[in-house]
Design a binder for this molecule. Structure first.
Ligand code: PNW
Length: 491
């Protein structure tokens, strides 16, 4: 009991940024308005509706393109320190190339940024959260090494137009999901399913694209604008199923395949892809008859370009898994695992299940993940750029399961701060319900519910919004707080 009461008094430091996150395709809508070009999610949802669980699209989504004031009003209601959102590449550059800038698109983001700044809310901008211009995909997307130049050109337009007011940049959201889910399998656009080739090819090109955009900021903008630039990588907690040496080894291999593939080249001392994985893939490739390894080498120059190219480590963290050397150990379906590693995956039955098959409440998973990353990557600065819980659409406004998840997550954040991890901020996914990629509107992550049957897409705070607001206001987690949910106010 005394331990609990000291715990309850732990405070989030005043300069610790607490906020929420969203992404352009998931909320904006206005897919073909005011000169926006087509992107790969427009293309996929229009041409292959069966790929999306409910056949839906992001054509209107949460209609945020037409809701700047309401969106910022929600941020003010919650009292957010920071709001992370992404830019739609094809809204700013309709062809994907920097030959033509769509001023209406630039204007939308200017209105959003300025409205936030009016109320002291810090913008954190992701340049790319998956909605690649369709023309660039037709030229190979991130399988084409020239993608890094297209991305650098786009980044220059972005820094030039918004960098006077925006000081927190994330180049790319989640290389694993872009490369493995989009190129190596069928879980995200462009659903290429180029198994075990596409993933690694994309990984290399995405990392170089990120590095070019990072160095561009450093060399040409940082002195004048004074911001910071990093990348966001998804990293869940992987812990051994038993204490056996085999399970420990399997766990480490799984980490390398899930996030080390993308983190190691940037954040490790030597740079380059994870060694053990490189060896495994090279050996398998030879056995399979390839004249080269399916995992491409970096040249020395590329390795140096990528190594150290980030001011901070953005972590999207949702859940955890137990890993076994025994492939037969497996229960609930889980996030797909790379084909080049074979490990068992276990989720204890007592871990509460969300509406997403891959998402459970895994105790202390944030602390476990960040302590691992801190040690392995020499104590970088971290932001948790996403963390959240899904419920079915029928759950409505009373979301005690989401409240339980956020309280547990934020306790784990405080454990990180107590342990001296240089964690500077936390963003809840998500501010409001949105288009959940191939799950369409069947899973809801919002602190605010969005009514997708109403053309205006009205937003209503869930109970969790009131609880999050109180945590932001008081800077402590009060596990007994019961909000009055009748009126949401701006304080
Ligand atoms: C995030 N995992 O991806 C995305 O950045 C969001 O756009 C998305 O809406 C949100 O998750 C919810 O699905 C994830 O490995 C990436 O467990 C990886 C994982 C989970 C989500």
């Amino acid at each position: 009991c005394s331990a609990l009461s000291t715990k309850q008094q732990r405070r989030f430091p005043d300069d610790f940024l607490i906020g929420t996150a969203t992404a352009s395709y998931q909320i904006e809508g206005a897919w073909n308005e005011d000169g926006k070009g087509e992107n790969i999610w427009d293309y996929l949802t229009h041409n292959n509706p069966a790929a999306v669980k409910d056949g839906s699209t992001g054509d209107i989504a949460a209609n945020s393109y037409h809701n700047v004031e309401r969106d910022v009003e929600m941020m003010r209601e919650l009292g957010l320190d920071v709001y992370r959102f992404s830019l739609s590449w094809s809204r700013i550059l309709p062809s994907g190339f920097a030959n033509e800038i769509n001023e209406a698109g630039v204007d939308y983001y200017n209105r959003l940024i300025n409205e936030m700044l009016k109320y002291g809310i810090t913008p954190m901008i992701t340049l790319f959260h998956w909605d690649l211009p369709q023309k660039l995909q037709e030229l190979g997307g991130f399988a084409n090494p020239l993608a890094s130049i297209w991305f650098e050109d786009y980044a220059r337009v972005v820094y030039t137009n918004f960098g006077d007011r925006v000081k927190h940049w994330i180049t790319i959201n989640e290389p694993r999901e872009i490369c493995y889910e989009g190129y190596g399998s069928v879980h995200k656009a462009p659903i290429l399913n180029a198994t075990a080739i596409g993933t690694y090819l994309c990984a290399k090109n995405v990392l170089i694209a990120h590095a070019k955009a990072y160095h561009l900021y450093n060399n040409e903008f940082k002195d004048k604008q004074g911001g910071q630039c990093g990348i966001t990588i998804s990293a869940n907690s992987f812990r051994p199923f038993t204490d056996s040496e085999e399970d420990h080894a399997a766990t480490e291999l799984r980490r390398q395949a899930e996030f080390g593939l993308y983190a190691e080249p940037i954040f490790s001392e030597e740079g380059g892809f994870p060694k053990e994985l490189v060896e495994i893939v090279a050996e398998k490739s030879a056995k399979e008859g390839y004249p080269w390894s399916r995992i491409p080498e970096f040249t020395d120059e590329e390795r140096e370009l990528v190594r150290g190219a980030s001011d901070f480590f953005g972590v999207n963290h949702y859940t955890g898994f137990l890993v076994s050397a025994n492939e037969q150990i497996s229960d609930r379906p889980t996030i797909p695992i790379l084909p080049d590693i074979t490990v068992g995956n276990y989720i204890p039955p007592e871990w509460p299940q969300s509406a997403s098959y891959w998402l459970t409440l895994s105790p202390d998973s944030i602390y476990d993940t960040l302590t691992y990353l801190q040690k392995r990557y020499n104590d970088p600065i971290f932001y948790i750029t996403e963390n959240g819980w899904s419920s079915p659409p029928t759950n409505g406004l009373l979301d005690d399961d989401r409240i339980r998840y956020y309280r547990a997550a934020l306790e784990s954040v405080l454990d990180c701060l107590d342990a001296g991890i240089r964690l500077k901020g936390y963003m809840a996914w998500s501010l409001m319900d949105n288009f959940e990629w191939l799950e369409g509107y069947t899973e809801r992550f919002g602190l605010y519910e969005v009514d997708f049957s109403d053309p205006a897409r009205p937003r209503t705070p869930r109970k969790s919004a009131f609880v999050y607001k109180e945590i932001l206001r008081s800077r402590v987690i009060d596990h007994d707080y019961e909000p009055n949910t009748t009126v949401m106010t701006i304080d």
